[in-house]
Design a protein around this ligand. Sequence first.
Ligand code: TXA
Ligand code: MG
Length: 348
Amino acid sequence: MNLVTRILQVDPLHPERSKIGIAARIIRKGGLVAFPTETVYGLGANALDTNAARKIFRAKNRPADNPLIVHINKIQQLEQIAVNVPHRIQTIAEKVWPGPVTFLLYKSDTVPDLVCGNTGKIAVRMPAHPIALALIESSGVPIAAPSANTSTKPSPTNSRHVMSDLGGKIDLVLDGGDTFFGVESTIIDSTSNPYTLLRPGAYSLEELKKYFGKIRVPRAVRDARESKVAIVPGMKYRHYAPRKPLYMVSRSFLENSPDLCLDPRIEIICSQELSKTLGSSNQRIIVLGSEKDLYEIARNLFGSFRKLDSLHVKFGLIQTFEEKGIGLAIMNRIKKASTKEPSSSIAF
Ligand code: TXA
Ligand code: MG
C-alpha cells in the first residue's frame, strides 16, 4: 500500500462541515480515515463493508482474529448491528454514552464476520468527541475503528503518532489535537452473567458499578502481565509496548536508588512528585504529571512510551501507580507494556 496520506486540521469542538464531508466520502467509498475520539485516535472504515475492514487489518498489520470496535452516533443504530440487546444494557448505554464504554453484544447478520473476528459478537461504543460523532453522522454508516497505531505499538494520542505509524498506508487523518483521556475505552462483556470487565479503560470500574451493581473482574484482567489467558482476543498479543525494554518498579525502589538517575543507559518515567525527590534537573526523566491527577498521568502515558523509543538510552523504568479509578487502566497498560523480568533481575 502506498498512499498519500492527507492531514486535515479540524476544530475539535466545532468540526468544519466541509472537512468532515471529505472524510465521510472516503469512508463511504471504502477508504481509511484516522480520527480523534475522547480516548485515543481510531482508524476508521465502513463497518458494514468487508473490503474496507480488511484494509484496516492490513494497514495496522493486525492479526485477523483480533476484532474491531464499532462506533455509532445514535443509540437507535444498535438495532442495525446488534441483536438481543438486554434492556438493562440499553438503559445503561443511554446514561454512559457518548463516552468511553464499549459493550460486547451479539452481532446482527448485517455486520461482516471479519469485523467481529468470527466470534458472533460485536463490541460497540458511542465516542464522546465532536469530530468522531460528526464523521459517523455524515458517513451514514457505523464505523469500525481500532486504535490508529501499528499492531503492538502504543495507541496514538495525537496525529503525529498516527502519521509515524500509518503515514502512507491510509487516506486521511483528521487532526483534532491531543485526545482527552489518553487510554482506551472500558470494555464490558454484556453477553456474560454476571457482566464481565474485559478491559479496564477511561471509564472507571467504580463508576460503572454504580450502574451495573456487580461486575466480574477476571484475574487475567487485574494481573495483565502474569496471565496466559486472553480475555479478549486483542489481549493475548504484546501490547502498547515501546521497542525498548521497560521495567515496572515501585516508587520506593526508585527513591532508594538515586544512582539510577545518573546512569546514562536509563530513562525514568514517573510522576512530577517523584521526579522532584529524584532531582528535577535530571535530563533522563520523563514526567507523566501529578500523582494527584491520575487523568493527567493517563493522558501522557502512551506518549511517554513513544518518547522512550526516540531517546538514546538502553531501557526505561516506570513507576507504578495506585489501581484506583483510571489508575486500574494505567496499571493494566503499564503491565502489558513492560518486560516480564522483575526489576530485581535488571543488571545495572
Ligand atoms: O477507546 C477505544 O476503545 C479505542 C477508540 C478508537 O474507540 N479503540 C480501541 O480499539 O481501543 P482496539 O481495536 O485497539 O481495541 C479493541 C479491543 C481489542 O482488545 C479487541 O480484541 C476487543 O476490543 N474486541 C473488539 N471486538 C471484540 C469482539 N467482537 N469480541 C471480543 N473482543 C473484542
Ligand atoms: Mg489497540
